[in-house]
Design a binder for this molecule. Sequence first.
Ligand SMILES: Cc1ncc(COP(=O)(O)O)c(C=O)c1O
Length: 457
Amino acid sequence: MPSEDTKILLRESELPQRWYNINPDLPAPLAPPIHPGTGQPIGPADLAPIFPMELIKQEVSMEPWIEIPDEIREIYKLWRPSPLYRAHRLEKHLGTPARIYYKNESVSPPGSHKPNTAVAQAYYNKQEGVTRIATETGAGQWGSALSFACCLFGIECMVYMVKISYEQKPYRRILMETWGANCIPSPSDTTNAGRSILEKDPNSPGSLGIAISEAVEDAATHEGTKYSLGSVLNHVLLHQTIVGLEAKEQLKLVGEEADAVIGCTGGGSNFAGCAFPFVKDKLDGKDIDIIAVEPKSCPTLTAGEFRYDFGDTAQLTPLLKMFTLGHTFVPEPIHAGGLRYHGMAPLISLLVDQKVIEPRAYHQLSTFEAAITWARTEGTVPAPETAHALRAIIDEALKCKDTGEEKCLLVNYSGHGFLDLAAYERYLGGHLEDHEYSREAVAAALKGLPQVNEPGA
Ligand SMILES: Cc1ncc(COP(=O)(O)O)c(C=O)c1O
């Protein structure tokens, strides 16, 4: 019999010592990143101008386990191990025989899972003498997480924030400034990428693709500066696996094994972090549903194509083989800003292509409906991104109600929504709407993808 505890806690001494690297366990080899100029796979030297070498090594590592340095574990202890909760009240409200567990990543200082990698990235940059890091942020969760991490290591932090969010969401910017970062709206006039967008459209609202271009250019053109990405790349997903590794231990403590693992996907990091240790069990033969949830207005996994594409609008990044809607596609302005990205982590893309992970898409209104049900049962107010995962776990629990199955369901509660209350106000006032993505816009963006001769194809 599983225990009836509400909070399942690990001691600090039980904090995982290693991250899990799924790369050597994949059912098919990961396609290499391609240099857009040469059409050849890129090597460490190509990435060295923008990333520290230790992160480049992690990006391509085939070691299944990677040691977490003590200094990082000490900082993790500010909020880790994070609690695993049983959602008793939600279960009762739904009348489901399923048992619902959620891993609460909203307890970190910036309020999301993002510092799991921000702290690690700041650490490796510091080790290699980097004094300044440039990055982009959409709604501001990643920018605030990196600002927090840089502050702990005495590194200057430069954040290009998508202009529409910069104007609509001042509190995340203020948080970044509180931790000592410099945050400016993107497109800006401080980079060639930004100036060329502004020349064409002085009122551009910006996008994550544009902000990435600006941050990469900033890192490549400033002495002592490197670039940092908050999702998508292998090393980022690696750092996030601490979430799933802890959750697995916590479930074990109460005599449970997950039948389904669910997370929302922007670039894929919180979902992968929670799910990959369970994906390993699935690849070893266990029957587990692994469900990735995205917005219907930015349906990368459910309507995109599995092809090589740029990670940014100005085509500065290497080409990655991933599910993509095309790097020029600009998603509708839904409130889950962290899920508005044209691409997806190559590791997740491959596992979706191999049918190990099931992708699912929801409209905005149904995710806010789930968020309200959650807030009125479990009490916490989720980020709009997290609400996508909550919609899916509620639907899975309702399916169990129909079938009578007593499944154990796990969801990653990736962040709180205290700085997203304007979106809640709009929803509660009946002013929020669903957005259909434009099939024509996606088709046009996909037409613009580069032709790549796949190595080994
Ligand atoms: C709370 C929260 N959840 C999820 C995401 C999506 O990002 P990822 O797919 O990298 O986890 C974000 C991105 O900003 C976020 O802030």
